[in-house]
Design a protein around this ligand. Structure first.
Ligand SMILES: [Cu+2]
Length: 164
């Protein structure tokens, strides 16, 4: 997560850090293309074992060296009880993890991807089986950078900031 922040903050220095005589360099400088992540898991799934999959590309080229692809899955309204799975590279920039849905429901998944110094995290809604929509709990969790694994650390950092 830190790396992601650094790369974000480093950009202004690259853009504004050079003198006037370097404007041409700026225009022709190679800005790294954004990493793109496409969740390939179908929206409609059956109860049982399912393959969660995401394809990582950069500038139309497959990315087989992603530092981390983590799948976060949770039932709508119960993100706290969700799971985090490590995606494994198969081929052509496709990272997968097996996950078992044991009952019908509406679920959500994030593909938390760290690659080439960037963090991308697409989200997708999954419908497993035939859930009774009147009983589905609305999901109010945020789309922010709260990562199950680093929540505690982020919390500490926030508290420190507020202490000043
Ligand atoms: Cu993320």
């Amino acid at each position: 997560m830190k790396k992601w922040l650094y790369s974000l903050f480093a950009v202004p220095f690259v853009l504004f850090g050079c003198g006037d005589d370097e404007v041409e360099t700026l225009e022709t400088a190679e800005v790294p293309a954004f990493v793109e992540v496409q969740i390939q898991t179908e929206e409609q799934l059956n109860v049982g074992e399912v393959q969660l999959a995401a394809r990582v590309t950069q500038d139309e080229e497959v990315v087989n060296d992603a530092q981390e692809v983590k799948f976060e899955v949770w039932e709508s309204g119960f993100r706290d009880e969700g799971d985090m799975l490590d995606g494994q590279l198969t081929e052509d920039g496709i990272y997968v993890a097996e996950y078992t849905f044991d009952h019908d429901g509406v679920y959500y998944m994030f593909a938390h991807t760290t690659a080439r110094g960037m963090h991308v995290m697409p989200k997708k809604k999954l419908i497993v089986g035939k859930p009774d929509m009147s009983k589905v709990v609305e999901d109010t969790s945020s789309d922010s950078m709260e990562h199950g694994s680093s929540d505690e650390k982020e919390q500490v950092e926030k508290e420190e900031e507020h202490g000043h």
